[in-house]
Design a binder for this molecule. Structure first.
Ligand code: 2HA
Ligand code: ZN
Length: 276
């Protein structure tokens, strides 16, 4: 076996170690049953000349979308069918570095092993393409199955526009402070589909986290830890809601005045200006 691409590359190693750390959290939280969830991180800036001249170790495959901003970009992507709990210990055996081909619609695996990337690749790469197009410094995309948020998406009341966001914000001031754009909901759509990718892309521009009805969440961040934090903050609020509810009554929630005060004191954006 060739030596790992991580050898002698401390910055790339640090990024992959952070991915492994987050994968461990996903498993500990119960958000990553079996092969559930995916992680993709843009590592193009960390690729030196030797990395850039690596040859494909598996035949090129179609993405299913044309993504004009991704030509020649490199990503770490979790392998399809792989477990987060395994990735936490062995990230380069349960994920791989891929390069987007010059046609902008296919990719090839360049390191370390021919581990085929995540089934949600169209969604992840569509988001990555948007992040580049909008001049964002965000590099990471996370899809996971957070229990309380998915549970809430089974209740019709929470699928009404703005309802889930309002309830989550009202559970604890930090939710509003750290997720000021709230949660957007994509009506149930087939996992791994281009339709799901397109719907996610539309909503990520306006919300901190996108919830796939009856399935899971998608979040983005400058690195995978921050993408995780975005989902964690909203899931914590959902957990508080459910704990209070299980004590027998609808939780009161912070008043609108209290929420407005948090918004003003922390100078929170009410609507996103420009891209992420
Ligand atoms: O990768 O979570 O949505 C497994 C999934 C697909
Ligand atoms: Zn999923």
């Amino acid at each position: 076996m060739n030596e790992s691409i991580l050898k002698g590359r401390p910055e790339l190693t640090a990024v992959i170690e952070q991915v492994a750390e987050v994968a461990g959290y996903l498993w500990q939280k119960g958000w990553a049953e079996r092969n559930g969830g995916n992680i993709t991180v843009n590592v193009t800036e960390l690729m030196d000349e030797a990395c850039r001249s690596l040859t494909a170790i598996a035949p090129a495959k179609q993405i299913g979308k044309v993504l004009p901003n991704l030509k020649g970009q490199f990503f770490y992507a979790k392998g399809t069918g792989r477990r987060m709990r395994d990735l936490a210990r062995k990230p380069m055996e349960n994920g791989a570095i891929i390069r987007i081909c010059d046609d902008c619609q296919s990719y090839e695996i360049v390191a370390d092993l021919p581990v085929m990337p995540t089934s949600e690749l169209p969604s992840h790469l569509a988001l990555q393409d948007y992040l580049i197009a909008s001049g964002s410094n965000y590099k990471a995309t996370l899809h996971t199955h957070p229990i309380e948020l998915v549970a809430m998406s089974h209740i019709p009341r929470f699928l009404q526009p703005g309802e889930m966001t309002h309830v989550l914000w009202s559970m604890i001031p930090e939710t509003l402070a750290f997720a000021p754009l709230g949660i957007g909901i994509v009506p149930y759509t087939l996992p791994g589909s281009v339709r799901l990718a397109d719907a996610t892309l539309k909503l990520i521009k306006d919300y901190d986290v996108v919830l796939w009805e009856k399935h899971g969440t998608v979040s983005v961040g400058p690195d995978i830890m921050e993408a995780f934090d975005q989902t964690d903050v909203l899931c914590k609020a959902a957990n508080i809601y459910m704990c209070a509810k299980s004590m027998g009554s609808e939780p009161e929630g912070m008043t609108d005045t209290a929420m407005k005060e948090v918004q003003e004191v922390f100078k929170l954006p009410k609507k996103r200006e420009g891209g992420k």
